[in-house]
Structure formats: C-alpha cells, structure tokens
Design a binder for this molecule. Structure first.
Ligand SMILES: Cc1cc2nc3c(=O)[nH]c(=O)nc-3n(C[C@H](O)[C@H](O)[C@H](O)COP(=O)(O)OP(=O)(O)OC[C@H]3O[C@@H](n4cnc5c(N)ncnc54)[C@H](O)[C@@H]3O)c2cc1C
Length: 535
C-alpha cells in the first residue's frame, strides 16, 4: 500500500521529483526570475515537539482509538497551502489527543455520548483535504481534550437500487473506491472534485463540494436523495424520495454543516449511467471580453456543456502552454444516451460568432468504438490531478501558490475581476514580492460564473504563510465589497469565518445558532467552524 505524505498531498511515491521538478522549476524561473527556488526538505515528524494526549478514551472505545504520534499529526491539519507550509516548517500548531475510527453507527453514537459527558471536542474527519481550516481545531482550552473522528472505516456501499439509479453509501468511502464499486453496475456518481482521490463522500456532503463538471449535476447537493446523520441528541434520517415539498428540507440543514451539527454516517445518492459519447474542443480568443461573452451565451443557451472552463490569458499560458491575448475556452460534452456532436457544434458556432478560433478542431469519441473510457477529458483530468503535487513542490521552494474561489452574477464579473487583480497586486507590493494572478471559470450558471483565481508569487522562505495571509485578507475583502461569495465550493471552515459572518443574514445566523444549540447542546462538535457554540 502506498505511503501517505504526512506533510503534503497524496502519497510519497507520487511526489514531484527528477525531470518533473526540473521542468516545473524552469517554468517558474521564466515567469518570476527573482524567485529563490532553493528546495527545502520537510523535517522528520518524529523530531517535532508534540504534547502528550490530554485525554484518554474509556475502555469501551479503546478498540477504536489511536494515539500514535504520526496518526495524530496527520489528523491535525488539512491540505491548504498554509497547512503544507506550516508542516514543512515543522509547525504542527494543532494535534488531536486521539484519533477514533468508528465502524458502525452505534460506535458514532457511543463516541459522541462520551465526548458530551467528558467535554471532549470532536472533529469529524473524512479525507482531511479541507482547505479552509475545517479539521484544525486549535488548542481548545475550554475542552478537556480533542479527538479526530475519522470515518475511514465506514466505507461501504450498503444498498444499490438499479431501477431508480441510486445507492446508499457510507460516508467514509474515498472517491476511487466508490467509483470502483459502481463500475461493475455501469453506474457512476460522476462527482470528481480535484481532491477526488483522497476525499470522502461524507466530506463532500459536509462541505457542499463541487465536482469538475461545469454545469448541471456537479454539486454534491444535487445528488442527494436522503441522509443519515448522528447528532448528540439523536439520529436524523430523512425520507428517501426524488423530491419533496414538505417544508424546509432536512438534508439542506446538514449539507454544508461542516461537522458542526452532526456526523453524516451514510446517504442515498443519485447515480448516472457511465458516459459513452464525448466531444471536446479548445477555443482560442484574441479578446477576453469576447471570450467571457461567448461563455455567458453558452451558459444561457440551454446546451449545458460538461466542461466550459474559460482560462484567462495568464492561466492559459501557465496551465495550457497557450499564448493568446484573449484566453482559451475548454469545451466538453458527454452523454450515456446519445452522440453529442450537435450540441458541441452549436457551442462552437457561438464561439465563432464571438471571434473565437478552434485551431485543433472538435474531438469526438465513442467508448464503444475505442473499448475504453478514456479520452481527451481523461488526459486533462490526469494533469489536473497532478496539480496539487506540483503546488507542494513549489511551496517547498518558497513560492506562494494558492487559489481563491467564488461566484458572482454576470453583471458583476468584470468589476469583480478588476477588484481582485487590484487587491492582489497591492498586497504583492505591500509585502514586497513579485507575483501573478490567474483566473479560470470552474463552473458556469445561466446567471453567473464561478471564477477561480490562482496566485503565483515568489515568497521568502519562513514567511510565506504570513505573506499568503495578507494576500488572502486583501482579496477576501475585495470579494465581499463586490458582493461575491466568500466561497463557491471550498466551504467556510475557520479560515473564511470573518467574511462568512458578514455575508449571512442576521436572522439566519440566529436560526443556525439555535440549530447548533439544539442538536449539539454541549457544543462538542467541531467548535469554531460555521458558528460558535453558545457560551
Ligand atoms: C488539492 C485540492 C483540491 C481540491 N479540489 C476541490 C474541488 O474540486 N471541489 C471541492 O468542492 N473541494 C475541493 N477541495 C477541498 C476539499 O477536498 C473538499 O472540501 C472535500 O469535500 C473535503 O472532503 P474530505 O473527505 O477530505 O473532508 P475533510 O477535509 O476531512 O473534512 C471537511 C469538513 O467536513 C467535515 N466532515 C468530514 N466528514 C464528515 C462527516 N462524515 N460528517 C460530518 N462532517 C464531516 C469536517 O469536520 C470538516 O469540517 C480541494 C482540496 C485540495 C487540497
């Protein structure tokens, strides 16, 4: 079995080395010649000073618990740039006292009962890929101890309904295992966040994750039929129906609840037949305004492409090796039911009407002909899955490499992009670093895009976390001022709290506070995310 990296993304074997490292370094040196790209190695985790566990588990739970140092360290942080760099610097700011791995719903109930009575804070833990401080509790002085409640042993498909195309799946299952179990049934959940390999169904539900498809079924919210959630005061099991108008939806309360209201143990999710027909094209533009207009027209056309990823010129240069003044629109369609040439041709025509060019033409595949499920989209996905490893390599070379994701209506996009670029540039100047900002759309809706901004800046070793924090604050303020959301799919966690608290309406905050007090009266569930427990 592959060894997981304790400090960074994925597995040790997959880390960037050799020619990949050389190529990456020379690309960055060309972009930012002033960058000091000396490679810094992570410390030996056994050399780190970590306090002994503050709390011991009762005998009845001992079979589920681990206080092994490496296990505790790996459960004390997520996978954001600032998490990776702090680990590289040997700064393990938070380490849970115990890691507890329940195997059954009753185990979860027993753990929460103990936490409530012993005043131990419990952080539900899926794959630990949070990028918003969602699993990093901090020192928690008000509690007698802290645990990571790792759902990784609850990882099975419990029931499959082929007729309705749905399955009841345990929360701790990782993306690849979930898809592998569905494949023999020719079914797929078709939810592929970039973190797919190392994140779980429960994590996706608890953070309202977004997959990499651009339109229609891409948010995990839309794939949920019903959910089973263990709260400290009882189990909330919603009715399994395709739709219901019976008042506010119980599922909507727990989707995005980030471990603060209950522990999701399993869910019935909607499945789809595996796609067979695919079409893809890359459209090059000379003018970014025209590229945005073409993308908006496609988003409003009712064509619903699978992929509609507009890369701005800097993003196209860095991540698609394409030199263009107006950016590149990566278009894709797929279907399990019919060929998709027609919608693709219509989408391309819209681009041509806006001055786009399609130098490489349209690529179509039929997996029944090729005998495989691979294609251009899968090749792109492979490079997409490589990006986190490259981010970590650059983080170890003093680079600040991180992203912001948001959503706004089309009428506000131009002003938003200008404000983000201005805020980031001012922050670069204030901290004295050279940097660039990129923008791509990860998702598009008829009424607006979800822009995803990338930051590449030449930081100073030992200071890149604080430098990033300054950039993050400046850009988050710009998002707030422009009326854009503080997060489109990465969730709130602890890092986005200052802006989330200002974004949500006060009566809603009061209702959320009441829900927290009712479901978790002792305030033991993931304190600090979303809303604070009542004193
Ligand atoms: C390189 C990289 C790429 C990413 N790409 C995407 C992307 O494309 N789309 C996207 O949406 N996000 C993305 N993310 C963010 C992250 O992967 C998602 O938020 C993901 O949904 C977290 O799942 P997880 O299983 O790792 O959850 P964790 O990180 O373990 O937990 C996240 C939050 O959910 C809570 N939680 C976890 N499991 C449960 C449960 N069973 N019950 C109750 N609460 C629970 C935790 O307490 C925590 O608050 C990315 C992150 C990285 C590092």
């Amino acid at each position: 079995m592959a060894t997981r990296s304790w400090w960074g993304w994925g597995t040790v074997d997959e880390a960037v080395t050799g020619t990949e490292r050389t190529a990456l370094t020379s690309r960055v040196a060309a972009l930012l010649p002033e960058a000091d790209l000396t490679v810094h190695e992570p410390p030996d985790p056994r050399s780190l000073s970590v306090p002994a566990p503050r709390v011991l588990v009762p005998d009845s739970l001992a079979r589920l618990a681990s206080d092994e140092l490496g296990d505790r360290i790996r459960h004390g942080h997520g996978q954001a740039f600032r998490d990776v760099v702090r680990s590289l610097l040997g700064r393990v700011d938070y380490v849970p006292d115990q890691v507890i791995r329940p195997r059954t719903e009753q185990d979860v109930i027993d753990v929460l009962d103990w936490c409530t009575s012993a005043r131990v804070a419990a952080v539900p833990f899926g794959g630990g890929t949070s990028v918003v401080g969602g699993v990093e509790l901090g020192c928690a002085p008000d509690y007698s101890g802290t645990i990571a409640l790792d759902l990784g042993h609850m990882d099975r498909i419990l029931e499959l309904d082929r007729t309705s195309r749905a399955a009841r799946i345990q929360a701790g299952i990782l993306g690849p295992a979930l898809e592998a179990e569905l494949r023999p049934h020719e079914l797929t959940l078709r939810h592929f966040p970039q973190s797919f390999e190392f994140s779980t169904l429960g994590g996706w539900l608890a953070t309202r994750a977004g997959g990499h498809y651009a339109t229609v079924y891409t948010h995990i919210d839309d794939m949920v039929e019903s959910m089973n959630v263990v709260t400290p005061v009882g189990i909330s099991a919603s009715l399994r129906v395709p739709a219901s108008g019976a008042g506010p939806s119980p599922d909507r309360l727990f989707l995005g609840s980030e471990g603060a209201l209950g522990v999701i143990t399993d869910a019935w999710v909607r499945l789809q037949d595996r796609p067979r027909w695919r079409a893809g094209a890359s459209v090059v533009f000379d003018d970014y305004g025209n590229a945005v207009a073409a993308t908006r027209t496609i988003a409003q056309s009712g064509l619903f492409p699978t992929n509609c990823r507009l890369l701005d010129p800097v993003e196209a240069f860095i991540n698609a090796a394409t030199n263009t003044a107006g950016g590149v629109l990566v278009l894709g369609f797929e279907s399990a039911d019919h060929p998709v040439d027609q919608p693709m041709h219509r989408a391309v025509q819209i681009c041509l009407d806006h001055g786009g060019r399609v130098p490489d033409g349209i690529r179509t595949t039929d997996s029944a002909d090729t005998g495989t499920h691979t294609g251009a989209a899968d090749a792109w996905r492979t490079s997409f899955l490589r990006m986190p490893y490259q981010r970590d390599a650059l983080a170890a070379q003093s680079m600040i490499v991180e992203t912001f994701e948001t959503a706004c209506t089309w009428d506000r996009f131009d002003a938003l992009r200008a404000a983000v670029l201005a805020a980031a540039t001012a922050a670069f100047e204030s901290i004295g670093v050279a940097g660039v900002v990129t923008c791509r759309f990860t998702h598009v809706y008829p009424d607006g895009p979800a822009p995803y901004f990338g930051i590449y800046a030449a930081g100073r070793w030992g200071q890149t976390v604080e430098q990033w924090d300054e950039i993050k604050t400046a850009v988050s303020e710009a998002l707030h001022t422009c009326g854009a959301t503080i997060t489109h799919h990465h969730a709130v966690g602890r890092d986005h709290r200052p802006w989330y608290d200002r974004q949500r309406p006060e009566p809603f905050a009061a209702a959320l506070q009441a829900a927290k007090s009712t479901l978790d009266p002792a305030g033991i569930l993931n304190p600090g995310v979303l809303i604070d427990p009542s004193k």
